[in-house]
Design a protein around this ligand. Structure first.
Ligand code: ADP
Ligand code: MG
Length: 574
């Protein structure tokens, strides 16, 4: 059964204050509300359910979010930002048109836009949201997501795990409330594979595995590289604008191959073309498929389950729509995945179902951090090949059942070492510097020969995400303890309130102007991409719009917009 979005007028239900579900994605975000037990996706002002998670500051200092901002990412890269979800819960700062923003502040603009779109659609005030987050999100990242909600003026009491949301939506749609699910979520830049059990109103994540540098963007890149090879060009030596333009054309081509079996990549500005079909794409993506299979293997291995014990494979994420991906999974897992809803909408639908459950004051327990630790925790050991680059020594392995306590023993790495610095890290990377540093404990030791000291290091991780590290030196009878709750990345109450006020000063672009902005931004991009008579056509269409806007005549504006859209569509089609 295929369930698409139901776009209805919701006013008739006479609700007062709505709780919505939000999929705050790396590439795209969506909002969903639950009415009469059914998830209803909320369209934005362009009538689309997907809002690109891109923010841009325009010439008037107004914030635009979504498709307009995505166009500006190419034409005004210094004023635009994308993929900021990757940096949630870190100290990274983005500079847009000279102004500094944290990842949660940029996310708050996306949330504010979704809230406004939802309020317009529902005709009600949205006060609360249930936001989905990746199951592996740590405490800092979860906290930062809630903070983004606060900065957007939305109360976020509940976060749900993305695979739990996908499994919940899938079970609602299939009408089978219980089961074991393998959720394959393949987005723009991330792959997450999770094993999820849903029994007796408890959703339990059994294992999670992922590659946070693997997604649809990689398929765009292999297509772009193959195009360059086809024309004896070097992808890496293209300038930024050219790279982005070619990647965009490659993405368009990739999407066409979801609808039809063959297509052609045409790069107008360079007067170059290349035919492409799904068979060729499958060959180009071979290395990516190998990485996909590793992630699936790891999830199955960590869960101790076999494919026979899985009831359903749930496809989520826009890249799961690719026929080459679905076919690969089918061959690998020897099972046909279900595509109950559109993969890029299923997480949002699940978040919407959660929001409905919350509105009815019922509960479904979503267990992840309470049950398993989705990441590894460990300490640093000497790298004898590259001394300045310590290696991760895992103490608590990912997917350990919580609460969990593990002990490791460590020694001095050179003669007469005076102290040992025990770093505390979280993550799966081999080198410590690529993992998240949570803190450290410094221990002074009795001077002795290399390898003669002995420190006992115990990690205890409890169900509330609190990590306690204790280091004992039995020789000196000394003990040091540290409790880590990752408070340091958090804003104080005053800071939040001050930033809340400052951010309110940034106005979101009014809904009425968005269509015009969208077409103009698209025009600017096409102008940069095309040459000759085609570039001229773009310029004329844009001038018509500018004239119409100046005349303030609504009819003329609509006419100019409609004509420009037709011209741009035609230019992009050819
Ligand atoms: P995220 O979870 O990262 O926010 P999405 O689930 O929205 O991302 O997936 C975005 C990715 O899906 C992009 O790489 C996009 O190119 C790809 N995608 C979306 N629709 C299609 C389609 N019809 N065919 C192929 N790829 C698609
Ligand atoms: Mg997603």
């Amino acid at each position: 059964m295929v369930i698409r979005c139901y776009i209805l007028s919701v006013r008739q239900w006479g609700i007062t204050m709505a709780i919505i579900g939000i999929d705050l994605g790396t590439t795209n975000s969506l909002a969903c509300v639950c009415r009469e037990g059914k998830p209803i996706l909320i369209p934005n002002s362009l009538g689309e359910t997907l809002t690109p998670s891109v923010v841009s500051v325009d010439e008037n200092g107004e914030i635009c979010v979504g498709a307009v901002a995505k166009e500006r990412l190419i034409s005004h890269p210094e004023a635009s930002a994308a993929s900021f979800k990757r940096y949630m819960g870190t100290n990274k700062v983005f500079t847009l048109a000279g102004e500094k923003f944290t990842p949660q502040e940029l996310s708050s603009f996306v949330l504010r836009q979704l809230k406004e779109d939802a309020e317009r659609f529902l005709g009600e005030e949205v006060t609360e949201a249930v936001i989905s987050v990746p199951a592996y999100f740590n405490d800092n990242q979860r906290y930062a997501t809630k903070e983004a909600g606060r900065l957007a003026g939305i109360h976020v009491e509940r976060l749900v795990n993305e695979p739990s949301a996908a499994a919940l939506a899938a079970s609602r749609i299939s009408g089978e409330d219980e089961g074991s699910y393998l959720v394959f979520d393949f987005g723009g830049g991330t792959l997450d594979v999770s094993l999820v059990d849903y029994f007796d109103n408890i959703i339990e994540i059994i294992a999670v595995s992922g590659d946070n540098r693997l997604g649809g963007d990689d398929f765009d890149e292999v297509i772009a590289r193959s195009f360059c090879a086809h024309h004896q060009m070097e992808f890496d030596t293209l300038d930024r604008q050219a790279k982005l333009a070619l990647l965009r054309l490659s993405e368009k081509c990739k999407r066409e191959l979801t609808r039809q079996d063959e297509t052609e990549l045409v790069w107008e500005a360079e007067d170059k073309r290349m035919p492409l079909n799904n068979l060729v794409l499958a060959g180009l993506g071979q290395k990516l498929f190998d990485r996909i299979s590793q992630v699936i293997d790891r999830a199955l291995h960590d869960s101790g389950r076999s494919m026979e014990e899985i009831d359903e494979i749930v496809l989520a994420g826009g890249s799961s729509k690719m026929p080459v991906v679905a076919l690969y999974l089918q061959t690998l897992l020897k099972r046909r995945p279900t595509m109950a809803a559109s993969p890029d909408e299923i997480v949002a639908m699940g978040a919407g179902v959660y929001a409905g459950i919350k509105e009815r004051r019922q509960d479904i327990r979503d267990l992840v951090l309470t049950d398993i630790c989705p990441f590894s925790l460990g300490t640093n050991v000497v790298n004898y090949v590259d001394g300045g680059n310590p290696i991760m020594s895992t103490v608590i392995e990912r997917n350990s059942v919580l609460p969990c306590s593990k002990t490791g023993y460590y020694t001095n790495s050179y003669d007469y070492q005076a102290k040992i610095d025990i770093g505390i890290y979280q993550g799966e990377a081999y080198y410590c510097k690529e993992n998240l540093k949570l803190g450290n404990i410094e221990m002074e030791i009795l001077p002795c020969k290399k390898g003669e000291a002995c420190l006992e290091v115990s990690f205890t991780y409890d169900i509330n995400g609190i990590l306690e590290v204790e280091v004992t030196d039995h020789q000196l009878n000394q003990r040091k303890r540290k409790v880590l709750t990752s408070e340091k990345l958090r804003m104080s109450e005053e800071e939040i309130n001050r930033r809340l006020e400052e951010l309110q000063a940034y106005k979101l672009m009014p809904c009425g102007g968005i269509r015009t902005k969208m077409i103009m931004a698209r025009g600017e991009r096409l102008f940069a991409q095309l040459l000759g008579a085609r570039r001229q056509q773009v310029a004329i269409a844009m001038q018509q719009i500018e004239w119409a806007v100046k005349s303030r005549n609504d009819q003329q504006i609509s006419k100019a917009l409609k004509e420009a859209k037709e011209i741009f569509d035609r230019l992009e089609e050819s």
